[in-house]
Design a protein around this ligand. Sequence first.
Ligand code: SF4
Length: 391
Amino acid sequence: MPKEIKHSDRAHALLSASGANRWLACTPSARLEEQFEDKGSTYAAEGTLAHEIAELKLRKYYTEPMAQSTFTRRLNKMKKHELYQDEMLKHTDTYLDYLKEITLGMGLTPYVAVEKRLDLSRYVPESFGTVDCLIIGGDTLYVTDFKYGKGVAVSAEDNPQMKLYALGAYSEYSFLYPIKTIKLAIIQPRLDNISEFDLSAEELTAWGEEIKPIAQKAFSGEGDFVPGEHCKFCKAKAVCRARAEQFTALDDFKNLKPPLITNEEVGEFLGKGQHIESWIKALKDYALSESLKGNEIKGWKAVEGRGSRNYVDLDKAFAHLKENGIDEAVLYDRVPLTVPKLEKELGKKQYRELLEESKLVEKTPGKPTLAPAGDKRKAVTNAVDPAEDFK
Ligand code: SF4
């Protein structure tokens, strides 16, 4: 009997691998989050569905060979989901292709586990997690994660979520397999992002020992609140005092001497205010939901937003307009697709053949944009090199 795939019903550990980035940096956040309900989001639900499709394909290929009719029936059931999009098929294929490339290159039949629940409690109290796919071939353990989001490209480099999965897998399988190397990979097809990171088994277990006391602190809810980029995924992000104080501390600058601030101060302000936009957004979302519940937020209230006008029946409306002499050209915009959209429509291969190879597309440099000093991109400047100027 095929196992029913239901990712949305999964239990979550207090110290989950996916939240490790946050609770490792801000140890009391995990306990603080307990008082907030898990609201979920459309993006999360969309990702869950894409994961279910990926899981079905992986099971069929690796661990649970099934008749094509069974596969199609199960896939068709998923296709009825309101968030289903055809592109999910293409993106889950990209993930499967990545895995096939790993396993087809192996001499001996590898061990493959799909949607494997791992016990992480050797390093993190009462923690467990489910990895999308792990493969063991020879002395190498591959831990792969399929990410359907397209907001931010996620890097596998030193990624705590991936390292925790790897620790769980290593704890379970190192007795059976001589694992020496760990290969982590995040496959994020909607952003064309495949990020890989390798480390040795010793490096992995040393990291595990390092985080043990931090995880213990987080489990007990101890330590200091440390705001940072990780706050945007915290359930307390709107009402956390430490986060609010991070931004209200901008008041410290009020005693600066007028009239102008220095470039050094500009840098300092930008650094302090870096995540202010997402904080204000979280405050607004929170204040709106409180107001709708009838709770008072001093100085604010919920009102009805601007409505929009929609056709009751588009086909009927347009037919009526045409019958009354309105030209079709007035009714439709004919807009050329942008290059990225056309590439998506044609597929990479045809796009390359028809446009890139015929030199019909060009890449122009992007407009200069501000980034923190630690950003990997090279700094650019318009300033003229004095040596060149002298020449
Ligand atoms: S909002 Fe930020 S500082 Fe506050 S608990 Fe969450 S992670 Fe920690």
